[in-house]
Design a protein around this ligand. Sequence first.
Ligand code: ATP
Ligand code: MG
Length: 250
Amino acid sequence: MTLLRVEKVSKHFGSLIAVNDVSMTVEPGELRAVIGPNGAGKTTFFNLISGFLTPTFGRVMFDGEDVTQLLPARRVWRGIARTFQITEVFPELTIRENLRIAVEVASGYRLRVWQSQDADGEVKARVVDLLEMSGLTEKADRLVGELAHGDQRATEIMMALALKPRLLLLDEPTAGMGDQETYDITQLIRKLHRDQKLTIVLIEHDMRVVFHLADRIMVLDQGKFLAEGTPQDIAANEAVQAAYLGKAAA
Ligand SMILES: Nc1ncnc2c1ncn2[C@@H]1O[C@H](COP(=O)(O)OP(=O)(O)OP(=O)(O)O)[C@@H](O)[C@H]1O
Ligand SMILES: [Mg+2]
């Protein structure tokens, strides 16, 4: 069954149409990229999927249910988690503490960790799992604010993963990174996709990342759908090339 079905969504900000009649379908296990020039509406499109914005028109179906009007937290419970274009972590806490918070939120504080040693052990074990999965174990007790950007981003991604999502949305996971960090984050995303069978939609500017990772790519330009296809299709698409060169699309 289709996991995510975005149906003809638009978002108007006054007279500006940031997203204009865009549809997208994502199947379980897919790794989809959304690309497009600056201001194309990519982040706004993510906000419509994750619930930070409500569409002016159209609807968002997740796992067969209409989630268009649900608040972000409700969508998290349904299984949609995201990271932000600007990394969102608690810089004054350690990686382990950041992950612990995410694990506790994911349990809905149902585990009552302050009352039961078993529950506390369960949370700790889950944090250890997340650390191992991400290769962050050795840095677990360092303050996140003192770490390199790539490690901060990896922490943020693992916090999203702590929510046990069925769909993970990543908004420019390699933004502002050098080659080595970009490579490391790309490897982490690939690993999560492969080992956790996670469905991922990512916005990405770095074409090397997109072409290495994505099964399919959707291109937005000035709020509108421009093209969709495999990396090879998109690389050969003249309208896409024109949009990236700043010319009118053919
Ligand atoms: N809350 C808002 N209020 C008004 N205009 C907005 C708002 N959010 C986004 N916009 C506008 O909508 C358009 C699309 O912005 P958006 O951030 O979605 O683009 P983007 O494709 O993510 O760009 P970038 O690659 O720079 O991150 C832009 O013109 C932006 O200025
Ligand atoms: Mg953006």
